[in-house]
Design a protein around this ligand. Structure first.
Ligand SMILES: [Fe+2]
Length: 245
C-alpha cells in the first residue's frame, strides 16, 4: 500500500469503451491496488457523438457499478473509488462545464479534459481561463503526450502550464502503448518537468500491467521521489485545485 491516487480510469462498467462488466472493473481495481493505488477516480467519457453521456448517465452507471462491487465477494482489498469524468473539450461539453452540468473531480476544484488529437481548439487559452476564473476549476489536461500540437512543440504545453493548467501523464505512454511519437513526447515532457501527476487511463484489466511497467521505468530513470510525486503528492494537490510545487 503506497497511497497512490489514480485520477483517470475507466472501470465503470458498460458506459464507454472501458470495463465491459463489473467483474472486469473489479479486476482493474484489484490490479491497481496491487500497483499501489489506494484511491481510484472513475473518469468515464463525456464525448458527444461518440460517448453520449450526460452527468446523470454517469452517476447512475457509477452507482450501479459501486453497488455491484459491494455485492461481490472481495478476496483482496480494493482502492476507494470516486466519480468524475473525462470531458471532451468541444463546444457542447464546454457549455456543460460553464453551466455546472459536468463532473469535476471530487471536491469540485479541478476537472479532467481531453482534446481532439490532431489540433487544439481555437481560443483554448481563453476557454481554460474562463474555467479557472469563472468556475474556479483547475483544468487538468489528459495525456498531453498524445496531441500533435505538443509533438510539434512542447512549448505549447509549457505556455498552458505557465497559465495555470495541469498536465496528467498517461503512464503507459512510456511503454510505447500509444506509439513512438507519444512515447518520445512523454519522455520530453518528463525531462522538462511539465507533468503534475500521472495516471493509469486503464480501460481493461490487462492495461494495468502496462501502467506498472511505466511506473517501473519512472522509478528506474527518475527515482522513487518522482514516483511519489507523480502518483501521490501531485494528484493530492490537483484534487485540492492547486498545481503542485
Ligand atoms: Fe481516458
Amino acid at each position: 500500500m503506497r497511497g497512490f491516487i489514480d485520477l483517470h480510469c475507466h472501470f465503470v462498467a458498460g458506459i464507454d469503451d472501458g470495463a465491459r462488466t463489473v467483474a472486469e472493473g473489479q479486476q482493474m481495481l484489484r490490479a491497481l491496488y496491487q500497483a499501489g493505488f489506494s484511491r481510484v477516480v472513475a473518469t468515464p467519457h463525456m464525448r458527444p457523438g461518440l460517448f453520449d453521456n450526460h452527468r446523470g448517465d454517469l452517476t447512475a452507471a457509477f452507482a450501479e457499478t459501486s453497488r455491484a462491487l459491494e455485492g461481490l465477494e472481495q478476496t483482496t482489498p480494493l482502492p476507494t473509488i470516486d466519480l468524475a469524468s473525462e470531458h471532451y473539450f468541444d463546444d457542447v461539453v464546454f457549455g456543460r462545464l460553464m453551466n455546472d452540468e459536468a463532473l469535476p473531480y471530487p471536491g469540485g476544484k479541478a476537472v479532467l479534459l481531453e482534446f481532439y488529437e490532431i489540433d487544439f481548439p481555437p481560443m483554448i487559452e481563453h476557454r481554460l481561463f474562463d474555467l479557472r476564473a469563472k468556475k474556479r476549476l483547475l483544468p487538468v489536461i489528459a495525456h498531453p503526450e498524445r496531441y500533435r500540437a505538443i509533438w510539434r512543440s512542447a512549448e505549447t504545453l509549457e505556455r498552458l502550464v505557465d497559465s495555470g493548467v495541469a498536465a496528467l501523464l498517461d503512464t503507459a505512454a512510456l511503454t510505447g502503448k500509444y506509439g513512438r511519437q507519444a512515447m518520445r513526447s512523454a519522455e520530453e515532457l518528463l525531462e522538462r518537468g511539465l507533468y503534475h501527476a500521472a495516471c493509469s487511463d486503464a480501460h481493461r484489466p490487462a492495461d494495468v500491467a502496462e501502467v506498472q511497467k511505466g511506473m517501473d521505468r519512472i522509478e528506474r530513470e527518475y527515482g522513487l521521489d518522482e514516483v511519489n510525486f507523480l502518483f501521490r503528492d501531485g494528484p493530492t494537490s490537483l484534487l485540492a485545485g492547486q498545481l503542485p510545487e
